[in-house]
Ligand binder design. Structure first.
Ligand code: FAD
Length: 394
């Protein structure tokens, strides 16, 4: 490890590895550090991702995929459901990944582009100089060291400290963070090419339960909910256990993971002098689905590209790095604000309203409806309240 780099990326999740790759490909000298000893392990994710744009970031090799997905079923509390399926039975529209392998493969791409990668290396603080970020204090195998950098990219996930160290307000309101708990279950029977969602307060107040297939006899079965919406004093894990006991009485839990999912739609400012925040560190995940893999990849690409441009221009000021936020908003701003509206609409919906809404869709053919955007258009046709809320965002 050298004493100085153009760019240091803290955290080797999807967002950090992609940021490191694009900065290195743009000609910057890059250090990528990860506090865990193994990139991608343990996972804190249901591992579902849409196919769109994915091959830009990674070669879709078999080893990365647990199950290719061709359909989704959404259930509401009274058991009514919406079944979405591709028009062509061979069409894959998403994957359940093997994230342990996926995250590592992304880090390998960063390394191939020229980034230095160090695991078991924690950022413990930032080096500040003349009011700007100028490096990272790191601890590796018990040894502390200061490393200089013109730009630091905070990719340290939902519990990010890098933003706070840089003076960026990263506080999350209770209504802006979902609590996620998940089991990898074995000895269960489910369709391997279909994902299932269980919506409504009965299953998960302000959130949902998911079943994502992970190969023969296995699935990620998890819950994401808003603690602020729980009325009966139950814990997220109690809701999940109740679901699992009813649905998979013979299932066995072979792994458990949990974590927070930011659903704020992004913090107001994701950059500063010498600093940018990507992925969950910038709370850039989707407020309605909680999905953050793709948002991590996209924000990592944009931040890494801007970092390389800043290095070429020799300009690390707040004014220059503002380009990161602008490019991010140009790409995802409209999507995030639509999904924030959807989140508000959904978390204020009663179970009875959810049942009625889905019942009113019983004659709709959902073949070929594969994305949230397509589903929203159908929902807005039958629910004028939603149409009104979406307004110009439609
Ligand atoms: P992370 O993947 O969290 O990576 C951050 C990295 O930074 C970690 O490796 C961490 O060890 C490292 N780090 C932290 N602090 C330091 C430090 N001080 N020094 C060095 N390294 C540090 N998203 C989807 O798209 N699909 C899903 O199906 C899905 N399911 C989910 C289910 C659950 C239960 C949870 C909790 C989340 C889920 N998500 C899902 C969200 C998704 O996992 C995250 O949005 C995604 O991992 C964010 O990527 P990231 O690179 O920003 O952060």
């Amino acid at each position: 490890m050298k004493d100085a780099y153009d760019v240091i990326v803290v955290g080797a999740g999807p967002a950090g590895s992609v940021a490191a790759r694009y900065a290195a490909e743009g000609g910057a000298s890059v250090l990528l550090i990860e506090k865990r000893q193994e990139i991608g392990d343990p996972i804190r994710c249901a591992e579902g991702v849409g196919i769109y744009d994915l091959d830009k970031f990674i070669d879709i090799e078999e080893r990365l995929i647990a199950s290719p997905i061709k359909g989704a079923t959404i259930y509401v509390p009274d058991g009514t459901s919406i079944k979405m399926r591709a028009k062509d039975e061979d069409q894959i529209y998403g994957y359940i990944l093997e994230r342990k392998i996926f995250d590592r493969a992304l880090a390998e791409r960063a390394a191939k582009a020229g980034a230095e990668v160090y695991t078991k290396t924690s950022a413990t603080g930032l080096v500040m100089k003349d009011g700007r970020v100028a490096g990272v204090k790191v601890k590796r195998l018990g040894v502390e060291k200061e490393i200089s950098a013109n730009i630091v990219i905070g990719a340290d996930g939902v519990e990010s400290k890098v933003g706070r160290w840089a003076g960026i307000n990263t506080t999350l309101k209770p209504s802006d963070i979902e609590t996620g708990v998940q089991y990898l279950m074995a000895n269960i029977e489910i369709d391997q090419d279909n994902v299932e969602f269980f919506m409504g307060n009965q299953f998960a107040p302000g959130g949902y339960v998911w079943i994502f297939p992970k190969g023969p006899g296995r699935a990620n079965v998890g819950i994401g909910l808003l603690g602020s919406k729980i009325k009966d004093g139950g814990r997220p894990v109690d809701y999940l256990n109740k679901f699992v006991e009813e649905r998979f009485p013979n299932g066995k839990i072979i792994e458990m993971d949990y974590g927070g999912v930011p659903v704020s739609g992004g913090i107001d400012k994701i950059y500063g002098a010498g600093i940018m925040l990507v992925g969950d560190a910038g709370q850039l995940s989707d407020p309605i689905t909680g999905g953050g893999i793709k948002h991590g990849l996209w924000s990592g690409e944009i931040a890494g590209t801007v970092a390389a441009e800043a290095v070429k221009a020799g300009d690390f000021t707040e004014k220059f790095l503002k380009k990161y936020q602008k490019n991010w908003e140009d790409k995802c701003g409209k999507l995030l604000s639509r999904d924030l509206i959807l989140k508000e609409y959904y978390i204020n919906m009663s179970d009875e309203e959810a049942n009625e809404l889905v019942k009113s869709l019983k004659d709709v053919d959902f073949t070929g409806v594969l994305e949230v955007g397509q589903l929203v258009k159908i929902l807005a046709k039958v629910d004028k309240k939603l149409l009104l809320k979406l307004g110009a965002n439609q």
